[in-house]
Design a protein around this ligand. Sequence first.
Ligand code: PRX
Length: 647
Amino acid sequence: MTKKIESHLTEDRVIKPTKEFSKSARISSLAQYKKIYKESIQSPSKFWSKEAKELHWQKKWSKVLQWTPPFAKWFVGGKINASENCLDRHLNGPRKNKAAIIWEGEPGETRTITYAQLHREVCKFANALKNQGIKKRDRVIIYMPMVPEAAIAMLACARIGAVHSVVFGGFSATSILDRVEDSGASAIITADGGWRRGKVVPLKANVDEALKKSKLVKKVIVLERCKNEVKMKRGRDIWWHKAMENASTDCPPAQLDSEHPLYILYTSGSTGKPKGILHTTGGYLTGTYSTTKYIFDIRDDDIYWCTADVGWVTGHSYIVYGPLLNGATCLMYEGAPNFPDFARFWDIIERHGVTIFYTAPTAIRAFIKAGDHLPEAHDLSSLRLLGSVGEPINPEAWMWYHEKIGGGKCPIVDTWWQTETGAIMISPLPGATPTKPGTATLPFFGIDAAILDETGKECKANEGGRLVIRKPWPSMLRTIYGDKRRFKKTYWDDYEGIYTAGDGARRDSDGNFWIVGRLDDVLNVSGHRLGTAEVESALVSHPSIAEAAVVGRPDEIKGQGVVAFVTVKEGIKHGAKLVTTLRNHVSKEIGPIAKPDDIRFANALPKTRSGKIMRRLLKEICAGGEVSGDTTTLEDFQVIASLQKSN
Ligand code: PRX
């Protein structure tokens, strides 16, 4: 881990919320935020139980928090159902026939699904799952395109107490197989295909490929989306519409313990195998409900659009659970941002009258590159609030987003959080917090975020250190599925009873948090976390490769690009052909997002005497060529010279 974390970014521009926005916002001044924040940190249980009470509990909890570090139980003894809270709770009032999901497919078709209709579909599908033998606690993999049925599948699992594990539709067969095996899933819900940049992604074929190597999965339910040809295996596979044919619309929500597992979502870490992050019910719902309410200041007449995929945590918390808990209208779009061209998002905002737009810096940078004429040709005046997530947003992208998309009037909420945190941890409140481009600003209520140095002392203003959360919070991960030791070691080993996020950060003199980036061997490519070890193990699984080391390098659009240094086995010729083969190999092993941008062949990799690859040197070579700092532990100095020459 780096000893000193430096940050050279200084930013003096301060953008305050407009009077007009503040006037009608839930939290309308910095003073009000500070007062509630102070109280919430003095007594987190009081704050969180007030929030939790706004949800529907089948049985009230007897204790708000049971904390045996690092294991937390929230709302102990309470009973609650996620799908009942997202759906049934809205059916006895004016939200019943309000749009829950407005969906647009990549080819252009649209569907609107009201809360009552969504409820009906979820109940039917929950019964269909039961008819297929799926029970409470069974793990169900969802590998779907961005269609309403993805949300229906998630909510139907939650309704009967099955644990969903959504696998991003861009992942490969190998990634599906890993997740099936790790979670012990007995069923997969998928589709024949999904549309992406005018082409069909063969989802069902990927599932078939994955299942050649596993006997765990007994049922595969297949939605007909693209009508591409698929093979159905008798006894195992069934079409979604067939499974729904005789399913009843009557499905009372299961009575579930507050700590009942809601989902497992896999994310990258610094060692090879992805981690199955486990979230449970009551606390997760409370966290996503409360953050959506205050941070997006969501209203009944908003049309809210989060552009993430349901395969990532942002899709879980801020497409499905958070907004539906708030009875919001969510827009959902199936395809790519540049199909048919880079105006697609602006076109969608204009046609659907989107009011809240939540996207990622990597997308914003791609839009900037595509040209101002595209947003300028569209009426974006319906927008009232913008959000950013996934990686630090560079100040220039922030300003562009503010001016060109937000017309200079929309607050921007730069939200810092992680798969592990379940919900947003650090973010402006749009009617209250003055922002500076590039900072996620201040912690959300009840979140005791801080920056600590190596010894556990809190850093002074503008001193870099490790970002930590000192008190438990309701939507925190409960464990890494099946691996408590790794859970403890990854997040709780640095400081006693304190959660380490793995990010470097500093606070400025106003207390704003500036995230500098990851401290571990995790890359952030287009806002997606990729473990260098994962890509390395994919590379060495190719028969030509002896060793591989993967590092990130700055990338204008993606934030970070992937560079792989590889050594080949005796007698193997390397060249352009092998580069293509290896890139395709990584794509097959993990998915296209992990494809190295650059593959460099080397005779040897720089190692310490104990055999550890010195990644820092490789990073320096990628970034500029010169190697600085301490190289005394390097085994063979010649290696560096030859790597630089090969540039
Ligand atoms: O490094 C931080 C970065 O993304 C990581 C979490 O990735 P993941 O679990 O995939 O979740 C992404 C969506 C929540 C963090 O450790 N990150 C996320 N949001 C921000 C960010 N870095 C800076 N600013 C943000 N707003």
